[in-house]
Design a protein around this ligand. Sequence first.
Ligand code: PBG
Length: 323
Amino acid sequence: MFPTTRLRRLRYNPVLRDMVSETRISLDDLVQPLFVKHGNAHKTEILSMPGIYQFNIGEAVAECQALFALGIRSVLLFGIPEHKDEHGHVACMADGIVQRAIRAIKASVPGMLVIADVCNCEYTTHGHCGSIVDGDVDNDMTLEMLAKQSVSLAAAGADVIAPSDMMDGRVGRIREALDDHGFLKIPIMSYSAKYASGFYGPFRDAAGSAPQFGDRRTYQMNPANSREALREMELDVAEGADIIMVKPAMSYLDIIAMAKASFSVPVAAYNVSGEYAMVKAAGANGWIDEQRVMMEMLLSIKRAGADIIITYFAGDVARLLTK
Ligand code: PBG
């Protein structure tokens, strides 16, 4: 009791303050998302995401070399293809944009862990995450495309398969397809609790994946629900997910904490495009201290229970911590 106990005692000396710090950001935990575009045109910066680019394959390889030298040893790849089609067949081709990027990155930076996002929205003309039947995304038809896409990405050399589509049963179907093709050792990191979120706005500009009609509320989760997230995670774990993910991160710290408390698989959190854009915009205006807020935000995601953080800030954090 006060005055014997004074909690401020441990806060005066900076060395001691660091020693008793309960949470730390390690570069080992961070994954940098990269957008790779078809063709030879040079990189274009995404207007709403300063510092984030659509790269051609050569530039993506150079970026991976730079990140690796900084201590970021994992990337998550998204593709911007030359053509799109009704069902996303272009996402399943051996010479597809992401497949080619994976081969180039693995050849030049073999130590880089390459995670491949699996979804159709960047590859379909209508921008939905699956095949449309009667105006609705057909779940079971979409599973077949996701399975094909996953096998093709694994064959190209992806180290981890990360389905982000939110179809029912996709983890089980993808596991079965990977195993049938001999990819027994390739883990699945499932976007298990992925919410229908306004925070994805900048990403849809970056990846050119905004739905052309309707929205994603019939497959992504309602932000009001947390018990339902448990059901999503339970099913994914039962179907063979090796890592479960919560997305977005900042407004869903309670879901991250619940995931950590309820399951013994590692938990990933996706610090999404809108979360990045807000910090960058306020920082550029001088309204907040960008670096301080970046670290505080990532720390909160870690403190909530995330083992892995996917963040557009990964490179920035590495540059800050290795300065
Ligand atoms: C594809 C996908 C999305 C994101 C990751 N994978 C967009 C979406 O669901 O609309 C969002 C990532 C971000 O906002 O940073 N389904």
